[in-house]
Ligand binder design. Structure first.
Ligand code: GLC
Ligand code: CA
Length: 564
């Protein structure tokens, strides 16, 4: 397996709107990020992935871009961005930009032209179709609810939008579109950025002819996964992009890819032939979906630990020496890691640190989402008025007004799964609005900021923050944590997730209790060692304790070095 800097990096994701507001308008901005770079340096991350900062009408908080070559007014100017990049590089932090190229905003000049007439030169930049006798061209559902088609009176045709109607899909079949996007990518790369996170990238190739999706649920519109994900020309488009653009720079790419198998992932991230370097796949975050529900996205089902081990182990072993994994427990689209996988109430510290240990000891590049390093949790706003996310607001309207569901039951779903859980402002201190802004924040702060905030975390050497920092140092000091082979032990255990990492004659043992219970850990006999050294743990551990048989405390995590 080849060694590269991006395999050895730890990435931190910034959602700029919610990170830090420097001018009191209630919206996080680029200068606000510059103010906090020393904080990120202290944490020890190597790379920042910046969610979109381009010009945007913000229908989907920047994931709807109206100008790829400029910065959103609320976030600052291109000069601020240049300064951000320079300040990051000065601290040896790399920057990867979010690249949203499955769609643009409907306010992008290409789309404004495209909708004016059927023979406009930009018409074919998007996917326009005639309707069928008073209905949409096909039965596809938008990922954000309703039809994936919007009728446009100017020319009497519909355009495709897999997300909101203000996010028309680009037509990747048109080579001119691809060349325009490649030029834009080069423009950013020539400014010295270190890579891209590619938004919804496995949606760019659709089944030719855009046929109806098979009917899998009792609804007017159907999720057309078989026609929009991992389409026939996906690998070809990405190889072309690598050949024409990416291979000319020392950068890395991470694709956001829902609904991929490890087979797809090997094709996409293969060292020689893959178009991308790594992917964000979501199997582990979707374990709690009830697929028989009318809306799996918002449903909840209990899952057990062997299921999680099966998913993680399949990804670890299938990609071994072939592709490269990423690891993340949260992002701007997911609930907070400690609320989703841990216990943010009784065992907040223990489960936040146990999950951190899990995140940073697997093979693959780890991604930390802003606030996770201080254990930020889900938010439970009582009123829908306090929510901002378009997906959440669409869902509330659809479930309450159209489907007639009980509003309280719908709020419970939102508390568990809304994307706004991850988007409440970063909790910096105990001051008003958690020190995020001196004005009125664009979304309310989580009321638990008086307890969970950076100020407290920095001052307490036993905080979640300092535990993350120590883990990152551990990863840097031990290449076995980056390159070592992963092997699961105790695969059927219901409470303990344990595995080894091995690189030549070095071996580490990771023991994680995923429950509030106190299970007994028994080391399998085939694991021989002459001596051991505790590298990190989230509880005080007696150094002479024998690890052949031990009782773990709630959400306990330990990493040992085993000497042969
Ligand atoms: C990705 C982004 C999400 C956005 C969507 C449309 O899934 O992570 O935030 O809404 O793409 O761009
Ligand atoms: Ca601001």
């Amino acid at each position: 397996m080849s060694k590269t800097w991006w395999k050895e990096s730890v990435v931190y994701q910034i959602y700029p709107r919610s990170f830090n507001d420097s001018n009191g308008d209630g919206i996080g901005d680029l200068r606000g990020i510059i103010e906090k770079l020393d904080y990120l340096k202290l944490l020890g991350v190597d790379v920042v992935w910046l969610s979109p900062v381009y010009k945007s009408p913000n229908d989907d908080n920047g994931y709807d871009i109206s100008d790829y070559h400029d910065i959103m007014d609320e976030f600052g100017t291109l000069a601020d961005w240049e300064e951000l990049l320079a300040e990051m590089h000065r601290r040896d932090i790399k920057l990867i930009m979010d690249l949203v190229i499955n769609h643009t905003s409907d306010e992008h000049p290409w789309f404004i032209e495209s909708r004016t007439s059927k023979d406009n030169p930009y018409r074919d930049y998007y996917l326009w179709r005639e309707g069928r006798a008073d209905r949409e061209p096909n039965n596809w559902a938008s990922i954000f609810g309703g039809s994936a088609w919007e009728y446009d009176a100017a020319t009497g045709e519909y355009y495709l939008h897999l997300f909101s109607k203000k996010q028309p899909d680009l037509n990747w079949e048109n080579p001119t579109v691809r060349q325009e996007l490649y030029d834009m990518m080069r423009w950013w790369l020539d400014k010295g950025i270190d890579g891209f996170r590619m938004d919804a990238i496995n949606l760019i190739s659709k089944t030719p002819g855009l046929p109806d999706a098979s009917v899998t649920r009792d609804a007017r519109y159907q999720f057309a996964s078989e026609h929009v994900f991992n389409g026939p020309r996906l690998l070809e488009f990405l190889s072309e992009m690598k050949r024409e653009v990416l291979s000319h720079y020392d950068v890395f790419t991470v694709g956001e890819t829902s609904l991929v198998t490890t087979g797809h992932a090997i094709d996409l991230t293969h060292e020689e032939t893959g178009g991308l370097n790594m992917l964000h796949q979501f199997e582990h975050t979707e374990l709690n979906r009830d697929l028989s529900s009318f809306s799996p996205r918002w449903s909840r089902r209990p899952w057990d630990l062997p299921e999680l081990k099966e998913v993680m182990t399949r990804w670890q072993k299938d990609l071994e020496n072939k592709g490269w994994n990423t690891h993340f427990l949260g992002n701007h689209d997911l609930p907070r890691a400690v609320s989703n996988f841990g216990d943010d109430d009784h065992y907040w510290f223990e489960s936040a640190t146990q999950l951190a240990t899990f995140l940073l000891t697997l093979q693959g590049t780890p991604y930390i989402y802003q606030g996770e390093e201080i254990g930020m949790t889900n938010v439970h706003f009582a009123s829908i008025e306090d929510y901002r996310d378009i997906e959440t607001l669409n869902m509330y309207r659809e479930f309450v007004e159209d489907k007639g569901l009980d509003p309280e039951a719908v709020m419970t779903m939102i508390h568990a799964k809304s994307r706004d859980n991850a988007r409440t402002p970063m909790q910096w201190d105990t001051g008003p609005h958690a020190g995020f802004t001196t004005g009125t924040p664009w979304m309310k702060v989580n009321p638990n900021y008086t307890k969970i905030n950076v100020e407290h975390a920095l001052a307490d050497s036993a905080s979640v923050f300092h535990y993350y920092r120590r883990l990152i140092q551990l990863r840097k000091a031990n290449p076995v944590l980056v390159y070592g082979t992963y092997d699961l032990i105790l695969d059927a255990h219901e409470q303990i997730y344990a595995f080894t990492r091995t690189l030549e004659d070095e071996r580490l043992l990771v023991i994680l209790n995923f429950t509030p219970e106190t299970p007994r850990f028994e080391l399998p006999e085939h694991i021989h060692f002459s001596d051991k050294e505790l590298l990190i743990s989230n509880y005080k551990v007696d150094p002479v304790e024998r690890i052949n048989l031990l009782t773990l405390r709630p959400f306990e995590a330990r990493v040992y070095r085993l000497f042969p």
